[in-house]
Design a protein around this ligand. Structure first.
Ligand code: MCN
Ligand code: MOS
Length: 793
């Protein structure tokens, strides 16, 4: 078979598919200033699905939004952590005398003078990722950059100065700093592998094979807002202002750390300056702040400085993956063998599930995958946008491109030849899978079919041009959650949830959901989020929160409509008191007799008429009969979290990315010229925000592909580039023209309102698309990220 559109994906088919999805697809994003001006004009349609700007945006750009450590508290003390400068061994002594002698210093806590902090269990029960490590409880040095002391003083400057005066005496230590170290021992994570058929035999007998190894570097989440909190202990209760993707989880951990009843813990997080997975869990410095506040009976602020964030918590671990694919000459895959290794902390397990995409993407009769972790002296790695799926898609989608070249076949054609009609890992039906549409629409918008597939065949002057593509998936994770709607006699409507908004758009889409279901203008709805005193919500993680919470708010709004009809029919002071609730209708914010379209009374007037100043109504997505304990577990642990297949169908978001790179032939510099991606995230609640999510994921993928790499000094385990100058992330000059297209359709089997996840799917598959484009441009296959000029030379 030759390169070409063997599966009928010619231009005309593409157009037809494109037209077919146009009705549900959001418009492609136009990033011109003109487009922004038009979009920020007040929107008329309040409905869910409208292209509204972020509700909290003005508060943020005018500096009125108060982030965690901007809270002003009386009698605030400042804590500064001290981190180890050795990667392993023991602490023999920490001399704190000079520090304690400084003016303003309140105390210095070390393992010798410890604040008791218990081990948390919330995370380990959810599969690792956020550390169980509790600082200053023993003399063991686990990694370079580990917190070994907390200095607390009246001012930040005094604490910083005092922290620099500690004299630490270390002994011993034989660190393992890299997964390639011969001393390092890989551990098989047994239950996480997946296998069917006889992959080894099928591979041995395959007509065409690729057998390749890919590596990815250590990466960091680097949100703009560093990890920092204020803990305030008062009369046996603690309040923590902590930027959090999950206040319920943080509350649970604080109660475990301190050994106090969870009812005595409140966590507040109305605004989060980015987290990308790194603020799902409260990290050890928060435990230090809480314990110090209890000891001193004062509020204590602990903010990590930027370098400290690189070791105060972990990012995406370095990975190594071997992938073998066997196929017939006509391009049918008959075997995939995938093994992966990722670094983890020396005494904790974080698994990067590198088989997540591999095991579902293509129909193959034989498959085997195994996951290993390799303990090294590093901070426990964590979740970073698309954990598992991201490295998985990198290896798989690079290898598929290699196979396409081995077969002399177009990569889209090859993907379609191995289309999985059902989820190959479990035989379940897909809920929805608009991936063919994504290939078709993306290819068309990009101009894929103009590509000459031969490497080094396209150029403009000194620049080699490369076109590459890759696909990706992200599972639809779900956790039941609850929400409350408060209808005020003033006409104002409040939506309350403990869920958080990291810049994703939760405030906006929940207002849209309530406005839509109640038929009121979106401006009348205000949303309160990010506080454990509000209705229980699972984490903003795993790209699930939008669907969890729109479902809960929609339910609350429906309950509110029922409650209003009942109130109108039952309260003697209601103008409709003579009617039966079943003879009344709720429409566009009013209750009216079903037979009198013009005889309505607004929510506010009804409340005034019956003499109520407000009406509070709850709604949730729990199964009927869910106990309080189950609801608490959904809010505080991972126990109620449902994966992709728990609805009896296999539910995922899907994407196809197309990129053009330009490579200067003389200098080897790589520039991404444009990216076009098509996404299936089901029904989209707000296209403007979903597009912004997808685009930001793609930019993160660009960083991973070309820039991001944590360097560890192999002599002492120090993170060398622990700052924004040396840890390079894309800046505006690196970011090309980006076009994103929605090809999703409402997926009612996946979620209450038919949406699927948006937050992470954007990053999955970008790095391989760029790598594939680099190969097309140059004929060089770089199998390790980031792809730098040195590797290309
Ligand atoms: N959305 C939509 N239609 C859908 C689903 C979502 O319009 N069907 C839009 C909404 O605006 C919603 C947003 O997309 O607020 C994200 O929704 P969802 O995919 O449910 O993700 P979560 O709300 O659970 O947010 C977490 C997700 C994750 S896991 C990471 S990592 C990530 C991401 O969001 N981190 C982010 N996007 C981020 N964006 C910002 N600005 N900062 C981060 O730290
Ligand atoms: Mo996202 S890495 O699940 O917070």
């Amino acid at each position: 078979m030759t390169h070409g559109n063997a599966f009928g994906l010619n231009r005309r088919t593409v157009m037809k598919l494109g037209a077919g999805v146009a009705a549900v697809a959001g418009a492609a994003v136009d990033l011109s200033p003109k487009a922004f001006a038009a979009e920020t004009a007040p929107a008329k349609a309040p409905a869910l699905g409208a292209r509204l700007s972020r509700a909290e945006g003005p508060l943020k750009v005018t500096g009125q939004a108060r982030y965690a450590i901007e809270q002003k508290l009386e009698n605030l003390a400042y804590g500064v952590t001290v981190q180890s400068t050795r990667p392993a061994g023991r602490i023999v002594n920490i001399d704190t005398s000079a520090a304690k002698a400084l003016p303003g210093v309140l105390d210095v806590y070390t393992a010798q003078n410890s604040l008791k902090i218990n081990k948390p269990t919330v995370y380990s029960k959810g599969g690792g990722a956020t550390e169980e490590f509790t600082p200053i409880q023993d003399d063991v040095v686990r990694f370079n950059g580990m917190h070994i002391a907390l200095v607390v003083a009246e001012t930040f400057e005094q604490a910083t100065e005092a922290a620099s005066l500690l004299k630490v005496e270390y002994a011993g230590g034989d660190p393992i700093l890299d997964i390639k170290d011969p001393k390092a021992k890989a551990q098989l994570i047994d239950p996480m592998g997946a296998a069917w058929g006889d992959a080894a035999t099928a591979l041995a007998n395959a007509e065409v094979k690729v057998d390749v190894t890919y590596t990815t570097s250590r990466e960091y989440n680097v949100p703009m807002e560093p990890h920092a909190c204020i803990a305030s202990w008062e009369n046996g209760k603690i309040t923590v202002w902590e930027p959090s993707q999950w206040v319920g989880g943080a509350r649970s951990v604080v109660s475990e750390w301190l050994g106090i009843d969870i009812e005595n813990v409140r966590v507040i997080s109305p605004y989060v300056g980015g987290g990308f997975g790194s603020k799902i869990g409260a990290h050890p410095h928060v435990g230090l702040a809480c314990a110090a506040s209890r000891r001193l009976s004062r509020p204590v602020k602990v903010s990590l400085n930027r370098p400290q964030t690189f070791t105060g918590l972990g990012g995406r671990p370095a990975t190594r993956q071997t992938l073998s694919i066997g196929a017939s000459k006509d391009g049918k895959i008959n075997s995939i063998v995938h093994e992966s290794w990722n670094e983890t902390a020396i005494d904790e397990v974080h698994v990067e599930a590198c088989n997540n995409v591999t095991k579902i993407m293509y129909a193959t009769p034989n498959f085997s995958s195994r996951l290993y972790v390799v303990p090294v002296n590093t901070v426990q790695p964590g979740w970073k946008r698309g954990p598992g799926e991201n490295p998985s898609a990198y290896a798989l989608e690079s290898a598929i491109d290699e196979l396409a070249y081995a077969l002399n076949m177009d990569p889209i054609t090859l993907r379609l030849a191995n289309w999985a009609e059902i989820d190959p890992s479990n035989g379940m039906k897909w809920s929805t899978r608009q991936l063919r549409e994504a290939y078709a629409v993306g290819a068309e918008a990009f101009g894929w079919w103009n590509r000459n597939p031969a490497p080094r065949s396209m150029r403009e002057g000194r620049e080699l041009i490369g076109y590459g593509m890759a696909a990706g998936s992200y599972p639809m994770i779900r956790t039941a959650s609850e929400a409350k709607i408060v209808l005020h006699a003033s006409g104002q409507i409040e939506v309350l949830s403990a869920g958080t908004d990291m810049g994703t758009g939760t405030y906006t889409i929940l207002a849209q959901t309530a406005a839509d279901a109640l038929g009121v203008p979106v401006e009348t709805v205000t949303v309160r989020l990010g506080d454990t005193i509000l209705p229980r919500s699972a984490l903003a993680g795993g790209s699930q929160q939008a669907n969890n919470l729109t479902g809960a708010v929609d339910k609350a709004a429906r309950n509110a409509r029922d409650a209003l009809l009942a109130l109108a029919a039952s309260d003697p002071k209601s103008p409709m008191a003579a009617a039966k609730a079943t003879d009344l209708t709720f429409e566009t914010g009013s209750v009216r007799p079903t037979r009198r379209p013009n005889g309505g009374i607004s929510i506010a007037d009804l409340l005034k008429a019956v003499g109520k100043d407000k009406l509070e109504i709850e709604g949730n997505t729990f199964a009927p009969g869910a106990t309080e304990e189950m609801k608490n577990r959904a809010d505080r642990s991972f126990a109620q979290l449902k994966g992709a297949v728990e609805g009896g169908v296999s539910a995922h978001s899907w994407c196809a990315h197309f990129v053009e790179v330009r490579i200067d032939e003389d200098f080897g510099t790589i520039r991404v010229k444009r990216m076009v991606s098509a996404f299936d995230s089901g029904r989209i609640f707000n296209p403007k925000l979903a597009e912004s999510q997808w685009i930001s994921g793609m930019v993160m993928g660009l960083g991973q592909a070309l820039l991001e790499e944590g360097y560890v000094d192999q002599r002492d385990g120090r993170t060398i580039n622990a700052n924004f100058a040396d840890y390079a992330v894309p800046v505006n000059a690196d970011v090309p023209d980006i076009q994103v297209i929605s090809v999703g359709i409402p997926d009612m089997q996946a979620t209450a309102l038919g949406g699927k996840g948006v937050g992470e799917i954007g990053v999955v598959g970008v790095a391989p698309a760029i790598g594939n484009a680099v190969f097309h441009a140059t004929g060089k296959r770089i199998r390790s990220l980031p792809i730098t000029l040195e590797k290309l030379a």
